[in-house]
Design a protein around this ligand. Structure first.
Ligand code: ATP
Length: 641
């Protein structure tokens, strides 16, 4: 992305991935008149439920046989029923059991649905399968039959009935939460958070939960509306709270008995039920709209645009002189030889994909060696296994792939690469990683300061204020101009180049000794690429970090790598100092790959593909062999003197 790209463009382009914080979501929700009306009604209902014993004008059970079936008036605001009881007082006293039942069902559904959906979505694997089975079972059960059976077995106990309703209702909520959690789990910034050393609980709490609050509120309001209807339905059947105690459903039943001669009686209880269901429905709708607005929120305000434009201009004007990513090979003169005592040594790394037809080898028996302050370029065509190799070193291989063998010797300690749990403590403090898509590696909900402070405080004992100061220092270290201003921005308010610098700063916050850089410049424009490469090279030297740089680009290899390793379909074909690879590549594939380097393209001529180059090499070899044979033949035919 260009440094001068319009602010907000990425955010809009990212769509639903760019979701927001609960506080902002609630602010937007409270700006909607319908949501305010719904919440106001629900607040009145709750207040009445709590205060009924004090504010109801009459005893709800007191009969006045001289005032039966009266309409509103004569001291009875909502009239009287067939026994002369005050309808308003009964309605008020009936609110408590109704609301209590709804709260019981909603709390059970919310807690169970949240826990099941979140664990299934976040952890996946067998947990997901097990939760899926439970959810499918719950959804297949006939709800009404179960509820009636529970009421029969537990002597019409409404609490147990509503808890049962909550258990059955949790299935739908768990499904929604699961898919929301899966979406968030697959975001790159979750991997970035893991690599920074954050544990599962912290990632769930800080990065996943805020993202699923929106869908959760929508689901819960719809479920609450259904619970109102179920609860009043049970009372209507006379199975819950027993008459003459008032409930909304019971009052609807009583009204149905006098419908022909006193239809008004249905209005208060029916109206209360209808308004409450409507309020929950409207709240759900408004919550969905508020969440959708968060996803599509457009560019930030003009001041921020101006600031960012200024920062971008400073960056372009005042940044370090860019280098072009040409095949200059300028560091290759001082290439240290690989040694068995290397700071980082990988031996026998084999990665496979598990498919229906067995295992497929993706990386085969790979070895690599790297010293501190040294940069190793891992080069190869798309799909050759470069990314998997780097992810295997921190135990973050994607689902469906696994390490079947391999050890890593890091600063004298040996690690079994088949065991993710032994690699987990290395993430962040020992091995850091930066990604191809800088923007996707930052959580759009949080400011840059939050991203940095989170990692700084995780790895260094520091107060919040000191960590904030350190965050600005880190941004300055990665050459971000106006660091004190930029630190307060959100990821969508910076350009791709700046986002990559922020990603690097975040990685540096943990002081890693090894940096894995997976095509860190591919998504950036050429001038920004050069600046980021300069930065990585300088940091590797000043921080004495070993860098594993995954790339397709020979220019990048020439520019900053000391050694290169050529991969083809998971097989290591050649590993040597960069100067040797450029001067005298040993393997024909390496030669073909170098010939297909776009930096060597001749204007007006089609760029040869790797396959073209390989074919050309084979032809040349055949021609050389043929010429050699002819020369030998000619010598043989010469008369011996
Ligand atoms: N989750 C997965 N399940 C099965 N196969 C996978 C999975 N992830 C990657 N692969 C396969 O592993 C091989 C190596 O993938 P990898 O991403 O390491 O390639 P790469 O060299 O980094 O490519 P690129 O330069 O395009 O990123 C590819 O053939 C890819 O299809």
């Amino acid at each position: 992305m260009n440094e001068s790209a319009p602010l907000g463009a990425d955010f809009v382009a990212k769509g639903p991935a760019a979701q927001d914080k609960p506080a902002r979501f609630l602010t937007r929700l409270l700006r909607k008149p319908l949501a305010i009306a719904a919440l106001a009604w629900l607040a009145v209902v709750v207040a009445v439920a709590v205060l009924a014993p004090w504010i109801a004008p009459f005893d709800p059970l007191e009969q006045n046989l001289l005032a039966i079936k009266q309409g509103p008036g004569d001291g009875f605001v909502l009239g009287t029923d067939a026994f002369g009881r005050d309808v308003l007082s009964r309605l008020m006293h009936g609110t408590g059991p109704t609301i209590l039942g709804i709260v019981q069902a909603v709390v059970v559904a919310c807690v169970l649905g949240f826990v099941l959906g979140l664990t299934a979505g976040y952890f996946g694997g067998w947990i997901d399968k097990a939760v899926g089975q439970v959810v499918d079972l719950l959804m297949a059960l006939p709800g009404l039959v179960i509820l009636l059976s529970v009421l029969a077995v537990f002597n019409r106990d409404m609490t147990i009935a509503m808890v049962t309703l909550g258990i059955m209702g949790c299935a739908g909520i768990a499904r929604i939460i699961r898919s929301a959690a899966i979406n968030v789990r697959e975001e790159l910034y979750i991997d970035a958070a893991k690599i920074s050393g954050l544990g599962d609980a912290a990632i769930i709490g800080r990065h996943i939960v805020p993202r699923i609050v929106g869908p959760m509120i929508v689901q819960l309001s719809l479920f609450a509306a259904a619970a109102v209807l179920t609860q009043t339905g049970i009372s209507f059947l006379g199975l819950g709270v027993q008459p003459p105690a008032p409930t909304w459903g019971g009052m609807v039943f009583e009204a149905s008995q006098t419908l022909s001669d006193h239809p008004w009686l249905l209005a208060p209880s029916g109206g209360a039920i209808a308004l409450t269901v409507l309020a929950f429905g409207l709240l759900g709708d408004a919550a969905r709209d508020a969440a959708a607005e968060g996803w599509t929120r457009s560019a930030p305000n003009k001041r921020r645009r101006a600031n960012a434009a200024a920062a971008g201009a400073t960056s372009r004007g005042g940044g370090p002189a860019g280098t072009t990513a040409g095949a200059t090979g300028r560091r290759s003169a001082a290439v240290p030889a690989s040694a068995p005592s290397a700071f980082l040594a990988v031996r026998g790394l084999t990665i496979v994909a598990e498919g229906a037809d067995g295992e497929r080898i993706l990386v085969d028996n790979m070895n690599l060696d790297l010293d501190r302050g040294e940069t190793l370029g891992v080069v190869g065509e798309s799909g050759s296994g470069k990314t998997l190799t780097s992810l295997a070193l921190i135990g973050l291989l994607p689902a469906g792939t696994r390490v079947v063998s391999g050890t890593m010797l890091l600063d004298g300690t040996s690690y079994d690469l088949t065991r993710d749990d032994s690699l987990r403590p290395l993430r962040g403090a020992t091995i850091g990683m930066i990604f191809q898509e800088p923007m996707a590696a930052l959580d759009p909900c949080f400011s840059i300061e939050h991203h940095l402070v989170e990692v700084i405080r995780l790895h260094q004992k520091m107060g919040r204020t000191e960590a904030k100061r350190k965050a600005v220092e880190l941004l300055e270290m990665v050459r971000i101009p106006n660091a004190a201003d930029v630190v307060r921005r959100y990821p969508h308010q910076v350009s791709g180049g700046m986002a990559q610098r922020v990603g690097i700063a975040r990685t540096l916050a943990a002081n890693p000794r090894v940096l894995l850089a997976d095509e860190p410049t591919t998504a950036l424009d050429v001038t920004v690429q050069a600046e980021i490469l300069d930065l990585i090279r300088d940091l590797s030297a000043t921080q004495n970090m070993a860098v594993v740089l995954v790339t397709h680009d020979w220019g990048v290899v020439a520019d900053i790598c000391d050694r290169a390793l050529v991969l083809y379909h998971g097989e290591t074909l050649e590993a040597a100092p960069v100067s040797d690879i450029f001067a005298a590549p040993r393997h024909p594939y390496t030669r073909a790959l170098l010939r297909a380097n776009p930096h060597n393209a001749v204007v007006g001529q089609p760029l040869p593909t790797v396959q073209d180059s390989l074919q050309q090499l084979l032809d040349e070899t055949a021609a050389e062999t043929h010429a050699g044979v002819r020369a030998v033949d000619a010598q043989d035919k010469e008369p011996v003197r």
